[in-house]
Design a protein around this ligand. Structure first.
Ligand SMILES: *[C@@H]1O[C@H](CO)[C@@H](O)[C@H](O)[C@H]1NC(C)=O
Ligand SMILES: *[C@@H]1O[C@H](CO)[C@@H](O)[C@H](O)[C@H]1NC(C)=O
Ligand SMILES: *[C@@H]1O[C@H](CO)[C@@H](O)[C@H](O)[C@H]1NC(C)=O
Ligand SMILES: *[C@@H]1O[C@H](CO)[C@@H](O)[C@H](O)[C@H]1NC(C)=O
Ligand SMILES: *[C@@H]1O[C@H](CO)[C@@H](O)[C@H](O)[C@H]1NC(C)=O
Length: 154
């Protein structure tokens, strides 16, 4: 191989080693995706009778944590026109699935009455529920969902 390639290969190798140690320093949680679909009902779930339930688009959602387990908390997102949302969290290296679930909650900050005036003029709050952790290159992605929304008294 041409001599000029050698330093380049070393550089690539060093970069890979750095990435691997960054991944190692990350907790086993990797990055966290909290995702789901927001419906325009009093608990943000689809109506149980199976009829088409309208979604809640353009709502501001926020994940906030009571302890310093997530580097980018509080973290906001907005639901899409189809009601889907995704909040991406960067856990602290010492965070675990358990510490994230017990310290972080998902809020819907936009009042429910925004999507249907007959619903309360209040937001929603839910605990997080762990779904799965999957490998993603040098990283992992941990999926979490809302455990169940309730109107947030304020
Ligand atoms: C969250 O996103 C993942 C990957 O895009 C998807 O497989 C999963 O079904 C989503 N979960 C919910 C509750 O929407
Ligand atoms: C289904 O539930 C929704 C919301 O509770 C209600 O508005 C609708 O009338 C119900 N439809 C039927 C067929 O019961
Ligand atoms: C979404 O909400 C923002 C502010 O809450 C508002 O400015 C914007 O017009 C809304 N967009 C739609 C499509 O409703
Ligand atoms: C999240 O949204 C709320 C309500 O719209 C806003 O007050 C707050 O500043 C936002 N926070 C971040 C980090 O963007
Ligand atoms: C985890 O790290 C954060 C910031 O680095 C620190 O504030 C927190 O106390 C640590 N938690 C534990 C349980 O060590």
């Amino acid at each position: 191989m041409p001599m000029a390639l050698k330093p380049l290969l070393l550089l690539v190798f060093a970069a890979i080693m750095t990435l691997m140690s960054v991944a190692e320093a990350q907790s086993t949680v990797g990055i966290v995706h909290v995702n789901g679909t927001l419906y325009c009902t009093s608990n943000a779930s689809p109506a149980p009778n199976g009829s088409a339930t309208p979604v809640f688009p353009n709502a501001t959602l926020q994940v906030a944590c009571s302890a310093d387990v997530v580097a980018n908390a509080p973290s906001n997102t907005t639901s899409n026109t189809d009601g889907t949302y995704r909040v991406v969290l960067i856990p602290r290296p010492n965070a675990t699935v358990g510490s994230i679930v017990s310290n972080c909650r998902l809020f819907v900050l936009t009042p429910l009455s925004t999507c249907n005036p007959t619903l309360p003029s209040a937001g929603l709050v839910s605990d997080l529920r762990f779904v799965t952790t999957v490998p993603n290159g040098f990283w992992r992605i941990t999926y979490m969902v809302a455990a169940g929304f309730a109107v947030q008294a304020n």
